[in-house]
Design a protein around this ligand. Structure first.
Ligand SMILES: [Zn+2]
Length: 492
């Protein structure tokens, strides 16, 4: 049998002014993608590892991912969708399709791009071919996605460390479906609820409790094939927005619906525990300095590129230069103009420049810095830790600028704050620092967790602020928690 494989991930932040371009996905089509993706700890790596030895034919269709940013233009998304579908059309027919999507991709005029991609695929292959899709835990699950896919499987971990296992589960479910052992049906329960990511970790806390309940249901009901809990990233100003739970059952719609309902009720009941406590920036730095040992992570989650902020805030850099100039510290800031200036120089040369506010002038101020160019690089690196191990990252031309004991990685493009490789690839060892500024809300814990002494959630400005009431929502369906007073959605 022939099983088509696709991978296209982006988590759009509709508040970001930086338009997502097709080139940001670095898309690959057909056979060439196998060489780059085989062996990676991604959904696609798992699709290949599971389908190829099964004796069925793995048909590589498309693969690409883009760092979080603003909506694509209508024309860009149309172009992207057409090139994906041209490949789907030309490589058929299929006995099954495995697609890895994020579930929060949005364009001008198309809020639910993942649903639109599934719709276009269905137009080509029809309703009969089994189609299983994986989604990020921060997907905004829609009625369209749930209707068009035979089964949907979300990540179970945050920080996300189970992309491979999620892909494997989807591929194994596909094989069981093709053998006629199961007939998956999918049901969801949507909630009028948005929550910040800082406290959505699945290792402990409220989300763990929801997962434990969902997993207990699955164990007691053998017809349940998979359960997912979608915490949704909150920076998505679209009408069908909100957390959701979902269950895939073998034939049994009622059980799938009941499983989703019970998990959703638990999530709703624990919503207050998902609120975040943030520390004022100067107090956070002083707390870090007063802490024995290191490193201490200062989480600048309001400017997190994987949440769609441009990564251009140097607010913490400014305060660190004032408060802790002799303390070994590393930080990353995106600033194309500063990179261009550094690239006119050579390592060791003195540099006087300004960083910060390249994309969000209204939110963050530029900071004048005076230091030395430490190194220059092309900004290409590969994740080596628990997060998407083996996957290539490109943060554009990069310079490391030393100001006192502070080393600032400055790059042209956004870099994921999740992995330590953003620093290690530049010759900076995170374990040797006293303070590390990480632009990530929670995901950084998978890689920094083993050696950091603590993390402080800093109350900084930015487009991925966890202060949801401060965000300019216009299109989200109201009422929704925590923006409005709201009645119990279960009518209790
Ligand atoms: Zn996510």
């Amino acid at each position: 049998m022939r099983i088509g494989l696709g991978y296209l991930l982006q988590e759009t932040n509709t508040f970001s002014p930086v338009e997502t371009q097709v080139k940001d996905f670095h898309p690959l089509f057909g056979k060439p993608l196998i060489e780059q993706w085989r062996g990676t700890r991604t959904e696609l790596g798992a699709f290949l590892d599971t389908i190829e030895p099964s004796g069925h034919e793995a048909v590589p269709l498309f693969a690409g991912w883009a760092m979080t940013a603003g909506r694509m233009s209508a024309a860009a998304f149309q172009g992207l969708r057409e090139s994906l579908m041209a490949q789907v059309r030309q490589s058929g027919p299929y006995d099954g399709l495995l697609l890895a999507l994020h579930g929060a991709l949005s364009a001008q005029g198309t809020d639910d791009c993942d649903g639109a991609i599934l719709e276009a695929v269905r137009e080509i292959v029809g309703d009969r071919v089994p189609l299983i899709t994986t989604l990020d835990l921060h997907a905004n699950l829609t009625a369209k996605i749930t209707r068009l896919a035979d089964a949907v499987i979300g990540y179970k971990t945050y920080p996300h460390v189970d992309m491979y296992e999620t892909g494997q589960a989807a591929a194994e479910l596909m094989l069981r479906t093709l053998r006629g052992e199961v007939r998956p049906v999918t049901r969801m329960r949507k909630l009028p609820l948005i929550v910040p990511p800082e406290n959505q970790q699945t290792t402990h806390g409220p989300m763990r409790t929801v997962w434990d309940m969902a997993e207990a249901y699955r164990r007691e009901h053998p017809e349940i094939l998979s359960v997912s809990v979608f915490g949704v990233q909150p920076w998505l100003d679209i009408d069908e927005m909100g957390c959701a739970t979902l269950a895939v059952a073998d034939r049994n719609h009622e059980s799938a619906q009941r499983c989703a309902e019970e998990s959703a009720r638990k999530l709703w009941d624990l919503r207050a525990e998902l609120e975040v406590e943030r520390v004022e920036p100067r107090a956070a730095i002083r707390d870090a300095l007063a802490t024995t040992g290191g490193p201490v992570v200062l989480a600048d989650s309001a400017d997190s590129p994987t949440a769609g902020a441009p990564g251009d805030s140097a607010e913490l850099v400014r305060l660190l230069i004032e408060e802790a100039p002799h303390v070994p510290t590393i930080a990353w800031v995106r600033d194309p103009a500063a990179v261009a200036q550094a690239w006119q120089l050579r390592p060791g040369d003195p540099i006087r420049t300004s960083i910060g506010g390249a994309f969000t002038k209204d939110l963050v101020r530029p900071v004048e810095i005076e230091g030395r160019v430490r190194s220059l690089s092309d900004g290409r690196f590969v994740f080596r830790g628990a997060y998407n191990n083996g996957m290539l990252n490109e943060m554009g031309r990069t310079a490391v600028i030393d100001v006192g004991a502070l080393s600032i990685v400055v790059s042209e493009e956004a870099a994921s704050g999740i992995g330590t490789e953003v620093f290690r690839s530049q010759g900076l060892e995170p374990e040797y620092q006293k303070i590390i500024v990480v632009k990530s809300a929670n995901s950084f814990r998978s890689e920094y967790g083993p050696f950091m002494v603590k993390a402080i959630m800093v109350d900084t400005p930015g487009l991925s602020s966890s202060n949801l009431r401060s965000l300019p929502y216009k299109r989200v369906s109201r009422p929704i928690h925590p923006l409005d007073e709201i009645e119990d959605p279960f009518g209790r």
